[in-house]
Design a protein around this ligand. Sequence first.
Ligand code: ZN
Length: 198
Amino acid sequence: MDYPQPVQNLITLVAKLPGIGKRSAERIALHLMKAGPETSRSLAQAILETKSKIHNCARCGSYTELDCCEICTGPRRDQSILCVVEGPNDILSLERTGSYTGVYHALMGRISPLNGIGPEQLRIAALIERVRQEQPAEVVLALGAEVESDATAHYVAEQLQPLGVPVTRIGLGLPAGSALEAADEVTLARALEGRRKL
Ligand SMILES: [Zn+2]
């Protein structure tokens, strides 16, 4: 005998979440059935509230409830160092190291011809425009060590070159073929410290 349809739907949906297999999805569904209605209600509410209140900062792309995030407007942030990352998750990873005080620019992905993602689908033109206007003292490319991230880093560096702004890239200590979010805080902090000029 299989689960009733609504339970099957729930299991299918939960199993689509990253890192959750069919068995875990089943356990979560069974837990929710056993728990009081308040558990399901607050979970559903938290998901809906997150979706309706959180968006990407217009300037850097990080997750925020505001028009412009607290990193961009933070009085203690060094506006002269601009760190380029693939996505808002990477901003969170770098913030957790506690060792970066500059500002960010998320590209919202990486160049991936196989998936039909070219430079024009990313926030690269916005980055070039921002660097042109703000003239930072340094642009740090904090992209992962995977093949597509590497290609993106080279492309961005090439585009930035005519602007004459020093461009560095993190990498030392970052295992080859890994994404930023897979690295622990100490490794990331070291990768930041060990950035080298391109
Ligand atoms: Zn921001």
